[in-house]
Design a protein around this ligand. Structure first.
Ligand SMILES: C[S@@+](CC[C@H](N)C(=O)[O-])C[C@H]1O[C@@H](n2cnc3c(N)ncnc32)[C@H](O)[C@@H]1O
Length: 275
């Protein structure tokens, strides 16, 4: 797992409207930490990576996904490339996401999820995470088996476990699995969440609900897995314009709900048998 000293770093300059999407793509392309700063009319992202090879790969792929300027940064041992600390936030009136170590006096009616994001994606502030949490908030999860594909910090897995589900939390990034395991322990749901380092293409035992917050390319990989038979499927990480093509990947399921925030969308799909 990378420590607080990234081996390589890039400065990515983007239009503020593109910043969230760029952060999302950077994590999907291997970033281990991202700092964000508004500078005049642009946003500068300081993107930390595990290796110069990872930085080169990101620098090659990112300009095909967003309009941006890239600059390699010199990394010293003193560099810190963490994201700005978040404040506690209530999502969908149901979940309360609290950065570890933050004092919080919210009421007990909210399901509290404590997160230390470290280098992983999913501190709770990104619209794609919020939308997934809002979709989960609307489901009856008590006693259900939930599969969280691309767990990142474990935020969705922990939220579901705190609502009484037993959860399989999967990520193919070992550093995310370490962060998720620590957050699962912090939230005292270790008996309910099984954290698995694996690719999402692996078939897992039957689950009642599958949730996946990934970009379109990740969603295609997830949908291609032959045993994708969960009666309820929550997909986030979609841009609004991608909803139709992602829903079409699940011909056995009906589209039940679309949630959106800005350019981002999440969908809930169900089979007729899902009740
Ligand atoms: C956008 S983050 C979502 C994190 C968290 N679930 C949330 O909602 O905030 C996507 C996660 O999916 C993981 N991921 C991407 N492709 C994957 C794959 N093919 N198999 C397993 N995990 C994958 C990434 O490592 C990353 O942690």
């Amino acid at each position: 797992m990378p420590d607080d000293h990234p081996a390589a770093a890039l400065r990515v300059t983007v239009d503020p409207k593109e910043a969230e999407l760029t952060v999302f793509h950077c994590f999907e392309l291997g970033a281990t930490a991202i700092g964000e700063q508004r500078v005049g009319d642009v946003v500068e992202l300081t993107v930390g990576l595990d290796s110069t090879a990872a930085a080169d790969a990101l620098a090659g792929a990112l300009p095909m996904l967003v309009r941006c300027q890239l600059e390699a940064l010199t990394v010293s041992a003193d560099d810190r490339s963490g994201r700005a600390p978040l404040v506690a936030e209530t999502i969908a009136d149901g979940f309360r996401i609290v950065p570890v170590g933050t004092a919080d006096d919210a009421t007990d009616e909210l399901t509290r999820v404590e997160i230390d994001a470290g280098p992983a994606f999913g501190h709770g502030g990104h619209p794609s995470t919020k939308l997934a949490l809002r979709a989960l908030d609307r489901l009856e999860l008590d006693g259900r088996k939930v599969l969280d594909l691309g767990t990142g910090t474990g935020v969705l897995a922990i939220a579901a476990a705190k609502r009484g589900a037993t959860v399989t939390a999967v990520d193919n990034d070992p550093s995310a699995i370490s962060v998720a395991a620590a957050n699962i322990a912090q939230n005292d749901v270790g008996e309910r969440v099984n954290c698995v380092e694996s690719d999402a293409t692996i078939g897992f035992d039957e689950h009642d609900v599958m949730v996946a917050n990934m970009t379109l390319s990740g969603q295609r990989i997830v949908a291609d897995t032959p045993a994708r038979t969960e009666p309820i499927i929550v997909l986030s990480g979609l841009l609004c314009r991608q909803v139709r093509s992602v829903v079409d990947l699940y011909p056995q399921h009906d589209l039940c709900e679309i949630l959106s925030e800005g350019d981002w969308a999440a969908v809930t799909l169900r089979t007729a048998a899902s009740g």
